[in-house]
Design a protein around this ligand. Structure first.
Ligand SMILES: C[S@@+](CC[C@H](N)C(=O)[O-])C[C@H]1O[C@@H](n2cnc3c(N)ncnc32)[C@H](O)[C@@H]1O
Length: 153
């Protein structure tokens, strides 16, 4: 995603992952272009940055947060770093998606369950289901839901 955003001319792109190895691989893939991106190795729940964003996009990380208190912490982080007119996109395994990812338990979501979790700060503006075809020839059903801040109602 970051590669495409760069190619389209977007700036102030940050990629965050808890895994230094994952960040390292993405940097390698981008080569010199990786210097145009800010890389943060951190648990998203402990994110600290001086930047504010117009878009927060999460693909397949939020579903690892299975504890309600972690989900609340996550919502607070998004509310802190997303601009008032910003957009939030959350992609997780769908209600009919896999029960685990990389051997770890996940919480599967629908637009309604996400809407409920994010309701204090964000309202749902759309959603879609998507089948991700993995390199292992399986299909994983994802739900993508997008939200706006209540400032924009
Ligand atoms: C299925 S991968 C998706 C990676 C990438 N977002 C993508 O769409 O290709 C899930 C990623 O979530 C990261 N992750 C899991 N829990 C996290 C957390 N609490 N904070 C930050 N990253 C986390 C993992 O290290 C892993 O790279």
């Amino acid at each position: 995603m970051a590669d495409h955003l760069l190619a389209l001319g977007y700036t102030n792109i940050t990629v965050l992952d808890i895994s230094a190895k994952a960040i390292g691989r993405a940097k390698l893939r981008l080569g010199d272009k990786s210097n145009e991106i800010k890389w943060i190795v951190s648990d998203v729940l402990n994110i600290v940055t001086g930047d504010q964003y117009d878009l927060w996009h999460d693909r397949a990380a939020f579903h690892f947060l299975t504890e309600p208190e972690d989900q609340i912490k996550y919502v607070a982080a998004v509310a802190k770093y997303l601009n008032a007119n910003g957009k939030l996109i959350i992609g997780t395994f769908s209600i009919d998606g896999p029960e685990k990812c990389s051997g770890l338990a996940v919480e599967r979501h629908s637009p309604a369950s996400l809407s409920n979790i994010f309701r204090e700060h964000f309202h749902l503006t759309g959603s879609m289901e998507h089948i991700h075809h993995t390199p292992f020839n399986t299909g994983q059903l994802f739900n993508y839901s997008w939200f706006q801040n209540y400032h924009n109602l």
